[in-house]
Design a protein around this ligand. Structure first.
Ligand code: NCD
Length: 331
């Protein structure tokens, strides 16, 4: 009875790698969340009975080309808690300083390890490399995808609300450059969901994501999932937007990802898209305020003490979710 429920009997993921959120269906998600929950309970109860040591003797390589705090630390912690060990490589300490390509560096770390977690500087290298390795790779964030973040976001919602189904989401901040939003929307297309994309014109949701939603809508008669979306470029002082904020179940805020802006964007009145204490006051009493973090000024610190602000809890859920994921993929 100490055997993890996901392992052995029926693997819920047949793919060798985790590359993007499109890989998951409702059944896989349920299984991953159930296992994450089991892990969470035993971690919180301080008993390790239900924690496997599936990664005993295994070394997992972490290659992080762009900065990361939560993703890297939670994956490292997850692997160590499962009995495994990690090697971290970053460009400032690797041979990329000597002009080595990403692909050669990947190949090197792959040689010394039993699995890889990669935050790559582009999408192509990791896509290509997945066919060159016999190890499993988890994509820890590339240009467009951040599957493990989306999984932990959903796990958070499930734990806090009891379900991910039939919820209304206000998705805000820098929708255009946020890979966490892209992956989150893709995962949420496995449920009945209403999206309200609220951002200034230049930071609005990626057309490719809209296409993904519309495609999911087309298949709604076979999947049974009802998905709708609305785009709002008005700022948060607008009465229509306020009406939406009053009705949503989740506010998902993101920071302005300026380092990923390729042209100079002069964001008009961008502060008017930031959350304020008075806006939080109009949210439903059980609305969740989420953020993948790091945050800048879009959520003022005074909101942290509101019981609906769960972005720090979200970070904790990420550990349990990533333990389940590492167990499943590397175990
Ligand atoms: C995000 C990321 O790296 O995409 N952070 C995270 O993984 N928790 C969001 C961001 O950088 O703003």
């Amino acid at each position: 009875e100490t055997m993890p429920s996901l392992v052995g009997s029926e693997m819920c993921i047949r793919d060798r790698h985790i590359m993007d959120a499109k890989q998951f269906n409702r059944n896989m998600l349920r299984q991953i969340f159930l296992r994450s929950q089991e892990i969470m309970y035993s971690q919180q109860g301080g008993n390790s009975n239900n924690i496997s040591s599936l990664l005993n003797g295994k070394v997992i390589g972490l290659l992080f080309y762009t900065p990361s705090s939560r993703t890297r630390c939670s994956f490292e912690s997850a692997i160590k808690k499962l009995g495994g060990d990690t090697i971290l490589l970053t460009p400032d300490t690797s041979s990329s300083q000597k002009g080595e390509t990403v692909s050669d560096t990947l190949h090197t770390l792959d040689t010394y390890t039993d699995g890889l977690i990669v935050r790559s500087p582009n999408d192509i290298t990791i896509q290509e490399f997945q066919n060159e390795t016999e190890n499993t790779i988890i994509n820890a964030g590339d240009m467009l995808h951040h599957p493990s973040q989306a999984l932990l976001d959903l796990f958070t919602i499930r734990q806090e609300k009891g379900t991910v189904n039939n919820l209304k989401f206000a998705i805000m901040g820098d929708l255009s450059h946020s890979r966490t939003i892209g992956s989150l929307v893709e995962l949420l297309c496995n449920y009945n969901v209403e999206f309200y994309f609220i951002a200034t014109h230049k930071l609005q949701i990626n057309p490719a994501i809209i296409e993904y939603i519309e495609n999911a809508q087309k298949h709604s008669s076979s999947t049974g999932y009802n998905i709708s979306y609305f785009i709002h470029t008005e700022n948060l002082e607008d009465d229509n937007v306020k009406k939406i904020l009053k009705s949503v179940d989740v506010v998902y805020m993101t920071r302005l990802q300026k380092e990923r802006w390729d042209t100079v964007i002069t964001v008009e009145n961008v502060k008017k898209y930031y959350l304020t204490k008075s806006l939080v006051n109009i949210l439903k009493s059980n609305c969740l305020i989420m953020h993948p973090l790091p945050r800048n000024d879009e959520i003022p610190k005074e909101i942290d003490t509101d019981r609906r602000a769960i972005y720090f809890k979200q970070m904790k859920y990420g550990l349990y979710l990533r333990m389940a994921l590492c167990e499943l993929m590397f175990g």
